[in-house]
Design a protein. Sequence first.
Length: 346
Amino acid sequence: MDAIKLTQFSHGGGCGCKIAPSILAELLSRAPAGIVPAALMVGTETADDAAVYKLNDEQAIVATTDFFTPIVDDPYDFGRIAATNAISDVYAMGAQPIMALAIVGMPLDKLPHEVIGRILEGGASVCRDAGIPIAGGHSIDVLEPIYGLVAMGVVHPSRVKRNSEARAGDVLVLGKPLGVGILSAALKKGVLDAAGYAEMIRHTTKLNTPGPRLAAMQQVHAITDVTGFGIAGHLLEICRGSRLRARLRFDDLPVIESALGFVREGISTGASTRNWAGYGEEVALSPDAPVWQQKLLTDPQTSGGLLVSCSAEAVRAVLEVFHNEGFEGAAVIGEFIDGPAGLEVV
């Protein structure tokens, strides 16, 4: 098992293997319109984190799926990261997870059964931490290892937090530091030390449990999580859906310290370049800004933090929720202003 390196089987890892935002938008534009029942509270209209279907006046069900190829070589860690990332979308809608289904695709002729078993064990351990069962799933024999979950949760219909309901004057709070994609690139280059790897695992396996408590706050207007499109990409989704402009203060962004050093040295992912190509024209970044700042803004986060839009009066309470649940690095990073949808970086 020690000789197996999972990342050698994958062309891209974690949320960095997402389809580029511009290509995804084109593909989705070609899809025919489907059925939209009145009970479907959240569908595909604003690129939100999960679908939400109202069951009755007290309950709505939240459903999402997320899976990817290995971002690390350790099978147990890969399973933990993938499961944490999938469940995050349920938390981002303000819901409490209730169960999961496993999505498993493995090259059975290349990976020992023991390795595959450790991936599944890692995912199951995270589901236990979230207090939910893996109640089923589906598996196939494929060329690259793939693992993830269908995650489901429940929420009161009045507490659903969409990514399209931010308000002018709202303050932006980010729950986890940026830099996971950069660390994954450093890992592939063989320059990430044990301490850096431990830091990467610490953030990518931390469940975004503040979601339901934040959703219960009336002055929290929108929530999403930051994943494969980077902080700039997912913030732009809020801007488009809410028809607002965001002002992001670059120096206030929480960043994993070792990742900051790597990106300054020119280490980044290919997904970062694809992200900028997809939405860079919507980002007002100083032409004098060094390239590494662009790379950080577009860095794909695997199992990234919650991004919260709340009234200025609620900021202290929002930060208290984060801090009480162990997110010590949560920080205020900007605000929303009136104007055409887009992002200003100052």
